[in-house]
Design a protein around this ligand. Structure first.
Ligand SMILES: Nc1ncnc2c1ncn2[C@@H]1O[C@H](COP(=O)(O)OP(=O)(O)OP(=O)(O)O)[C@@H](O)[C@H]1O
Ligand SMILES: [Mg+2]
Length: 293
């Protein structure tokens, strides 16, 4: 295994009137674990497709310092697309084909699928396209991780997974991503933070941040505090909490306020505090909540 360095220079892509990527420059060092984030339509999937040679574009893509052809790249890359292909082939045929191409055993794929709570023997005869969205995603993830690629690209891999499957996915990916360069698209940076060390943020086809994940998170991630109390509590409204339809009180806070408010709520409310939840959120979302409040 030799992790890839990926370099994009002056990459530009238009779809008719839509300017999806705008003169984009990007360097991902070998072995980097990258969160590719940004709002819907900011160009994440297009960037990945450019990188893989799946769409025509302007500018250069270099792998390990040299331009490469798609065919040369394919054996070293594993890619889970955002939208699963509608394959008529059965799951058995799909696994067999990929396993043969990649030099894997079918047992290894089945083992990884089982770690994601997908039992291959139970679905082997079914057409891949007939699986539920989550099962399709699990099988594609198992195939990608089993391949032990030099570059692993996962476009919103957890979008269709339930909470338990997401947990299993994170455990498995941490275990198997190894030295590979990893690109992980997600709308939930706080969820994938344990898997990544780099962040590339796109906004309207441009890179708005590229660098260290810890630095990005420290600056951009805030929290929502949610409290459930017995009866009426003036302390909560006095401290900026608003009550939602479910009866829970909530407030968006930065890190320092969170650290101050949690113990303060505990001592002010005592046993009248029935429950407390702290959720990390991206500050883009936080600003949105601030506006609504
Ligand atoms: N094949 C295509 N034909 C026309 N326009 C396209 C095509 N693919 C992407 N686009 C446009 O390019 C822009 C970027 O799309 P892209 O799918 O890369 O965004 P994204 O960041 O992956 O969004 P999401 O978070 O919704 O997955 C969007 O305006 C989209 O409509
Ligand atoms: Mg996308």
């Amino acid at each position: 295994m030799k992790p890839m360095q990926v370099e994009l220079s002056q990459v530009d892509k238009r779809f008719g009137k839509v300017h999806a990527l705008r003169s984009l420059d990007l360097v991902l060092p070998p072995g980097a674990k990258v969160a590719l984030i940004g709002p819907n339509g900011s160009g994440k999937t297009t960037l990945i497709r450019v990188l893989l040679g799946l769409v025509q574009h302007r500018g250069q893509v270099r792998i390990d310092g040299a331009a490469v052809r798609r065919e040369a790249l394919a054996p070293r890359v594993a890619y889970v697309p955002q939208i699963a292909p509608q394959l008529a082939a059965s799951c058995r045929e799909l696994v067999r084909t990929v396993a043969t191409l990649r030099g894997l055993t079918e047992a290894r794929v089945a083992e990884l699928a089982a770690r994601l709570a997908l039992e291959l023997p139970e679905i082997a005869d079914r057409p891949f396209r007939s699986l539920s969205g989550g099962s399709k995603q699990k099988l594609l993830i198992a195939l990608a991780l089993a391949a032990r690629p030099d570059l692993l690209i996962l476009d919103e891999p957890t979008a269709s997974l339930d909470a338990e499957a997401r947990g299993r996915f994170f455990t498995l990916s941490r275990e198997l991503a190894g030295e590979a360069t990893l690109i992980l698209c997600s709308h939930r940076l706080e969820e994938i933070r344990s898997l990544v060390d780099h962040v590339v943020a796109l906004a309207d086809g441009r890179v708005s941040y590229q660098g260290d994940a810890a630095h990005y998170l420290a600056q951009r991630v805030g929290s929502v505090l949610e409290l459930k109390v017995e009866g009426d509590e003036p302390w909560l409204s006095e401290h900026g909490f608003a009550q939602g339809a479910s009866g829970w009180w909530s407030r968006s806070v930065d890190r320092q306020t969170k650290l101050a408010l949690v113990p303060a709520a505990g001592s002010a409310l005592g046993t009248r505090l029935l429950d407390l939840v702290v959720r990390d959120i991206d500050l883009v979302e936080l600003r949105g909540e601030g506006r609504r409040a």
